[in-house]
Ligand binder design. Structure first.
Ligand code: PLP
Length: 290
């Protein structure tokens, strides 16, 4: 079942809409140009996780592309409505979506969607994933030189990300790690790259440089904070594929799938650590409740 709640100013708690009926104008620029932004967050047993971090990133994405946003309290009410309208489940995906609306619209189109998570994601938390390194075709300093490419924003234009995932599946892999033309590790199509290095009893969590044209992950941010409190050292790239091959464990992490352990990269097996996965998954859950 999918629940839709539109942020219509006339409805205090949001306007509930029928997901089996058309709800958007065919001329909405979200549909015709992919001109909009979104967030995906997880609700566990009816409690949405890291709402403020997602609302903050939504606001940054909106600012990057000159999009007006409904106020944070309207989102919070609509999220509550969407969760309440869905039958109780352990895990629910909550999407916040905003488009530029139809041409000339005074206000954006904004809605919340609640639906079940894909079952493959839950399986991958325990079974792990095989990934391919795929070239994204630009260098790691492009985001700073070309802000019009909206590289740090979570825009609705995910066709390329989805195409990369399909390419991986056609080639017997589960997921992708993008690399830059200057050989840096970037991110997954829907996830942040994370690796653990254990040397002489010192445990370090490392993620690629945030300023390399990747989306700053809310999961990575809360996990880093919780891990630092638990005694982990933290590191921010730059990372190259060899760093991943030499790591003690590598994960793709995101709000919905959480930590998915990487078992192989380009067909080459790498170490996995169920103990570290368990520890970091617990730290992520703990940090996400704040
Ligand atoms: N990078 C990209 C491109 C993503 O689409 C996502 C999530 O969808 C992430 C990273 C992970 O972000 P978060 O941890 O906030 O879910």
């Amino acid at each position: 079942m999918t629940v839709l709640v539109f942020l219509d100013p006339a409805y205090e708690a949001g306007r509930i809409a029928d997901a089996s009926q058309p709800q958007l104008m065919a001329t909405d620029q979200g549909a015709t140009r992919g001109d909009g932004i979104f967030e995906s967050l997880l609700a566990v047993n009816g409690i949405p996780r890291k709402v403020q971090a997602h609302l903050d990133r939504l606001a940054t994405s909106a600012q990057t592309m000159d999009l007006q946003l409904p106020p944070a309290d309207a989102w919070e009410r609509a999220i509550k409505t969407a969760i309440a309208e869905h039958p109780p489940v352990e895990e629910l995906v909550i999407k916040l979506l905003v488009t530029r609306g139809v041409e000339g619209a005074a206000a954006p189109t904004a809605w919340v969607q609640a639906s079940l998570p894909p079952s493959a994601g839950q399986r991958q938390r325990t079974d792990g994933i095989s990934v391919l390194l795929l070239d994204r075709g630009y260098d790691s300093s492009l985001a700073e030189r070309a802000p019009w490419l909206l590289m740090g924003a979570k825009t609705l234009s995910y066709a390329v990300n989805m195409a990369a995932l399909r390419y991986a599946r056609k080639n017997d892999a589960d997921d992708v790690i993008f690399t830059s033309s200057d050989g840096r590790v970037l991110e997954g199509p829907t996830s942040t790259v994370l690796m653990a290095r254990v040397r002489d009893g010192v445990r370090t969590l490392v993620t690629p440089l945030l300023e390399s044209g990747i989306l700053p992950g809310t999961s990575q941010a809360v996990l880093f904070k919780a891990a630092a409190s638990a005694g982990w050292q933290l590191g921010y790239g730059p990372l190259e594929p060899d760093d991943l091959y030499e790591a003690d464990a590598v994960w793709l992490v995101s709000s919905i799938r959480l930590l998915a352990p990487v078992k192989s990269i380009d067909g080459k097996e790498i170490p996995v650590s169920p103990e570290l996965t368990e520890e970091l998954t617990a730290l992520l859950a703990e940090g996400s409740r704040e």
